[in-house]
Design a protein around this ligand. Sequence first.
Ligand code: HSE
Length: 313
Amino acid sequence: MSEWVTAFAPASIGNVAVGFDMLGLALTDVGDRVLARKTDGQDVTVAEVRGLDGERHPYLSADPKENTASIAAQALWNDHGHSGGVELRIHKGVPLQSGMGSSAASAVAAAVAVNALLDEPLPVEELLPYALEGEKFASGGLHADNVAPSLLGGLILCPQVLLPDVVRLPVPAGVSAVLLHPDLQVNTAQARRGLAKGYSMQLWLEQQGLLAGFVAACASGDIDLLRKTLRDVIIEPQRSKSVPCFTAVTEAARRSRAFGCSLSGSGPSIFALCAANHAHNIASAMEQACRGQGIGCQSWVSPMTAPGARIET
Ligand code: HSE
């Protein structure tokens, strides 16, 4: 048995409104931890999965074939482990089915922890395909918009057509993200299956234009352009109906001077981008609006430069 190593991987905002499946932003202060150590056994095993309360997780499986962390770890170990096996302890910090990249955070933390056990650890970017193996199991699709920012931090453009390559985008100075998590759950795989399969040329042109404009706004720091472009005309209208506090929370954020807001990933979490000095007021306004709908909630404020996964000592 070797010593345990611990990796932390942050939660993330999937899609960031404009880039369905291809744009993601890391958060601070909320994430999963995975502890890993080498064993004399074979393969990857899961010793425990603990929830937010530190107790055995009531839903997540410790079967290594059914947990995103062990699936990612096994894929990495198959390719780069020399001998023996690996044991994992998974400590969830990200609520399940929250739209905050919970399954991705576990997969990323596991890949980073197991990488540290390798005789020759890989550069961090090369862990992406392994973390994606885990994410694919959970969401039923190949999208890196949670895995990539969780692994690398910041704002990452990761269209499927470029994978495993991804692009770190510059971010405008002084902009923060507020993430509100209502006490509701949305199953991502189900939410993805429910999306319309065909879209009009008009919508496609509109969303492409918004994404291009948003990327340009981030690069140039043009906040007016960022305000105009932080919109999702395709996916949000389909999904927001199933989040009962969506309208109240987004209206509250906009009234409090957010640049824009939308669902995080498949929801139910809702994010806003805003001036850093307004972020805490906006978070309070969003929380108040959510509670006003009779729904409990929690919120986090992050800079757009949140760091990615790391080994903790
Ligand atoms: N891009 C994914 C989706 C993220 O919106 O389905 C899931 O959190």
